[in-house]
Write a protein that binds this ligand. Sequence first.
Ligand code: NAD
Length: 506
Amino acid sequence: MASAYAVAVHDLLVHLGVPESAFTGGDITVHSPIDGGTIGAVHATPLAEVAPLIERAHRAHLAWRQIPGPRRGELVRLFGEELRAHKADLGRLVTLENGKILSEGLGEVQEMIDICDFAVGLSRQLHGLTIASERPGHAMRETWHPLGVVGVISAFNFPVAVWAWNSALALVCGDAVVWKPSEITPLTALACGALLAKAAQRFGDDYPTDLSVLLIGASALGEALVDHPQVPLISATGSTRMGRLVAPKVAARLGRTILELGGNNAGIVCPSADLDLAVRAIAFAAIGTAGQRCTTLRRVIVHESIAADLIGRLAAAYASIRVGNPLEAGTLVGPLIHGAAQEAMETALARAKADGGIVHGGERVMLPGSEGGCYVRPALVEMPAQTAVVAEETFAPILYAVTYRSLEEAIALQNAVPQGLSSSIFTNDLREAETFLSAAGSDCGIANVNIGPSGAEIGGAFGGEKDTGGGRESGSDAWKGYMRRATNTVNYSGALPLAQGVSFEL
Ligand code: NAD
C-alpha cells in the first residue's frame, strides 16, 4: 500500500536531484515507518557489479591522491554548501524514510554540514611530525598519504550522517569511497549521492568520475565490499553481530577496519546531582530517536538514597511525552523502524518482568491514520538487579533503572556489560566526576559529566570499546585512520653513520 507520504517523498527526491528512474520500478521496496506504506522502489546494485565498481573507484583514487589536499577540501566545501542549501529537504526526507522527529532529521543534516566544515579545515592540516634523528646530518619526519578505497557500511538509524562522517574525511584525505547504506534507507543515500554530484559538477574537471560510489541493496553487497582486496579500509557501522562477521574477514586479508557497533550506555546518578538537569538529560538520551541511537541511554544507575525521587520524576516525564507523527511539532517520539523492533522490545520487557522488573509504559500506541506504523510508549523499568536482558542492547526505548550504594559499585555495574560506547555521570562532587573519568572509571570511548551519553559533537573522536568495536570516527585525529603513514629519513651529509652505533665497514 502506498504511503500517504509517497508524493511528498517523490517531490523531495526530485528536488534534491535524484532521477525518478532511480527510485521507481525497482526491486527493493522502501517503506516509511510513519505509516508503514511504500515510498519508493529502488534498483538493487547487481552483485556482479560490485567488483568492477570498486575497481573504478580505485582508479579514481589514483587520480584524486595527486590533487593537493586543500583542493580536495574545496570539493567538501562545495558539498557542505549543497547541504546547507538543501538542509530542509534532506532533513525532511530523513524523517520520512527513517521516522526520527523532524528536529532530529534536520540535526542529522547539520551534523553532515559540521563534519564538512571540519574536513575543509583539516584539508590544510594533514600534517605529520618532524622527529629528532640520532644521526648527524640526518632529518626524520613522517608524512601522511592517501590510503585508497574506503568501504563504508552504514546502519538505518543515522542514514546520512555516518556516511558524511566517513566521506568528508576520506575525500580530503585523498581516498575514494564505496558506500553500502542500510537496505532500509536507500532513498536518503540516493539523495546524498545526488547532492555530492552537484558539488562535483561545480568543482570542475579534476573531479574523477567514480570517486564516490553507491551500492544499493542487502548485506550480500556489503560482504562483497568487505572481501575485496582493493579496499584497504572498511568502516562499518551497525550491530555487533554484523561487526563480528565483518572483522575476521577483513583481518584475514590484513585490511583495516573502523568498527562502530552496538552500545549499552549507562548514566550514574549520584546523591549530589542536580536532579532537574539529570531528568531532562536522561529523558532526551533515553527517549530521543525512539531509543534507536547507538548512544541511547539504556541503563540508569541511581544511588539508593535518591532512587525513589528520580524514578518518580522520570515516570512523570515519561507520562507527559508525546508519541506520534514525527513530522508534527510537539512530537518527541516517532515510530520504531519496523515491526521486528517492536517485537524485540516486547520480548525484552517480558524478560525484564520475569526477572522481577516493574515496567512503566512500553505499550503499543495506535495512531489514527498511521496504523501501519509501529509506535510505542517509551518504557522505564525498575530492576532488582542488572540481569542478562539489561546487559543486551535492545534497539528500542527501554530504560532500565538499578540502584547502587557506593560509587565503586556503580562504576562496576556501568562497566559490567559487553558494550563500551558511551557513558555519563550526574554529580556535583568533583571527586566522583574525576574518578568516573579516570583510568579506574568508565571503560567507554565516551564518558561525560552532567550531560547524557547521546548527542556527540563532531569535534571529538567518536567510538567505543569492547563489543562496540574500538573504531574512532569524526573529529580529533580520527582522520589518521583514513591515511597511511610513512616515516622518512633523509641523509643530507656526506657520511653514512648507522643507527644504534652499528659498524658495517666494506
Ligand atoms: P545491522 O547490523 O543490521 O546493519 C548495518 C549494516 O550492515 C547494513 O548496511 C547491513 O546491510 C550491513 N550488513 C549486515 N550484515 C553484513 C555482513 N555480514 N557483511 C557486510 N555488511 C553487512 O544494523 P542496523 O539494524 O541497521 O543498525 C542498528 C545497529 O547499529 C545497533 O546495534 C546500533 O547500536 C548500531 N549503530 C552503531 C553506531 C556506532 O557509531 N557505534 C551508530 C549507529 C548504529
